[in-house]
Design a protein around this ligand. Structure first.
Ligand code: F0G
Length: 456
């Protein structure tokens, strides 16, 4: 069997409003070439994020109806807690409204001013929450993994050499925890191997530093371990997941990814003292420990979704459909980050539009052109997002100019993917006709959300 089909039937549909290239030209002008300013109604295929955009199953919707909204001792909470414990294995579990709430609580408990938090690559919200505590987030990836064209099975791995160097040369009291993000979203959705998780854990234990996993895409990561790390090829996804988390002291989770729900998250730890502090912070801003800012029905949907995300037929379809998109682009020489990762395709815009300098935002030019030609919305992960103007008024840039096409889970079909391929290839053929953008208005922080741009 070569053709991988969607392992589900569609019971409820949401119409997509079609529009024309003339409509989209006006919309782009009105939005100042910023796709965050475009209404979702004006988007044909929305690949801005895979977070909270997945389609829930009939079982999850049934769970929504079953949701027990009691303030204390809710059945939905007990179901959620038992499920999370069964999969992740931790003693103390707190629901939170999403991933970043878990991060804020954990870093408030563990970090102080002047601390250092190493990771393979921190996601933006992790980074921001560490900085907010006055601590410093540090990314430790081997240099050969940073090249978008180099091919390695586990490009998300943390550099053990760099981690050891850092731990040897830092006062250990200043390293309150080590984070490991699986899969590595900011590094291209690349997986982390079980060997690497074990190696990081061994070092963490040696230096007596707790290890926490940013677990957002844990099931996708486990699938890559099954497929690419020989000793686990006969293991079930759940067995691999159990093993992954047994090497860490806790985890933060955005359920909007691999629990396939629209909102939710959680924070786990085995440390009783940390758990107590976390709980008190949770009550202060999120809610009672049995709901943490969510409704009982949300907890029910998360519990069901976590198991659905580990289903091997689902994961086969999910990862193969991303690979299919990537391979079709590679066949036409479209430069993408290789190998294809778990939840998204990242186009290398500095190679795609090599005639447009960093100063003119090649990633944003490409993202806007994909919208113009096909109504496809994706996000620039380059100098518009990570560049800016420093204290001395000097402009700085991102290392990479990427465009991320993030695939919502179970939301689009194969023909949607074929349409996306067709549009990207068309834009690639006409790439030489594209020209740069410049910023006309921006804010000091997170400028990509609100910046206004115009054609150079
Ligand atoms: N960690 C990782 C690796 C993430 O990708 C995200 C969110 C978070 C933490 C934060 O979770 O949104 O529930 O607060 N990533 C989304 C994205 C926003 O588009 O990649 P959250």
């Amino acid at each position: 069997m070569k053709t991988i089909i969607e392992p589900f039937r569609i019971k409820s549909v949401e119409p997509i409003k079609m529009n024309s290239i003339e409509d989209r030209k006006k919309i782009l002008d009105k939005s100042y070439y910023n796709l965050f300013q475009v209404r979702s109604n004006d988007v044909i295929i929305d690949l801005l994020t895979d977070s909270g955009t997945g389609a829930m199953s009939s079982d999850q919707w049934a769970g929504i109806m079953r949701g027990d909204e009691s303030y204390a001792g809710s059945n939905s909470y007990l179901f959620f807690k038992d499920t999370v414990q069964d999969i992740f294995g931790y003693k103390y579990i707190l629901p939170t409204h999403q991933g970043r709430a878990a991060e804020r609580i954990l870093f408030s408990t563990l970090c102080k001013k002047g601390d250092i938090v190493p990771s393979n690559t921190h996601f933006d919200t992790t980074r921001a929450n560490i900085l907010f505590q006055g601590a410093e987030p540090i990314d430790l990836i081997d240099d050969e993994y940073k090249n978008t064209q180099s091919i390695f099975p586990f490009k998300g791995n943390m550099s053990i050499k760099k981690l050891k160097e850092l731990l040897d040369n830092t006062e250990i009291a200043k390293v309150p925890l080590i984070m490991l993000t699986i899969t590595n979203n900011s590094g291209g959705g690349q997986p982390v191997s079980l060997q690497n998780i074990m190696d990081v854990s061994k070092l963490a234990k040696e230096y007596n530093v707790p290890l926490y996993i940013d677990a957002c895409r844990f099931a996708e990561n486990a699938y890559f371990i099954k497929k690419r790390e020989a000793e686990y090829k006969d293991w079930s996804i759940k067995e691999i997941v159990n093993k992954i988390f047994s090497y860490a002291d806790g985890c933060t989770m955005s359920a909007k990814k691999d629990a396939i729900v629209n909102i939710g998250g959680f924070l786990c730890t085995n440390n009783e003292v940390v758990a107590e502090k976390n709980k008190n912070l949770l009550i202060l801003t999120e809610g009672f420990p049995t709901y943490g800012g969510l409704a009982g029905r949300d907890l029910e949907a998360i519990g069901i979704g976590l198991n659905e995300a580990m289903d091997i037929d689902y994961l086969n379809y999910r990862i193969k459909s991303i690979e299919y998109l990537g391979n079709k682009l590679l066949e036409q020489n479209v430069p993408i980050l290789q190998p294809t990762g778990g939840h998204a395709i990242y186009i290398d815009a500095s190679l795609f539009l090599s005639h447009i300098p960093k100063e003119q935002f090649p990633g944003q030019v490409l993202a806007c052109e994909l919208y113009l030609q096909g109504g496809i919305r994706c996000s620039e992960i380059g100098s518009l997002m990570f560049g800016g103007i420093d204290e001395d008024g000097k402009e700085f840039f991102s290392n990479n100019e990427l465009v991320r096409l993030a695939m919502p889970r179970r939301t689009y079909t194969q023909s949607h993917v074929d349409y996306v391929i067709e549009i990207i290839i068309e834009v690639y053929k006409n790439r030489k006709n594209l020209s740069g953008l410049k910023i006309t208005k921006q804010s000091k922080y997170l400028r990509h959300f609100t910046a206004q741009l115009e054609k150079v």
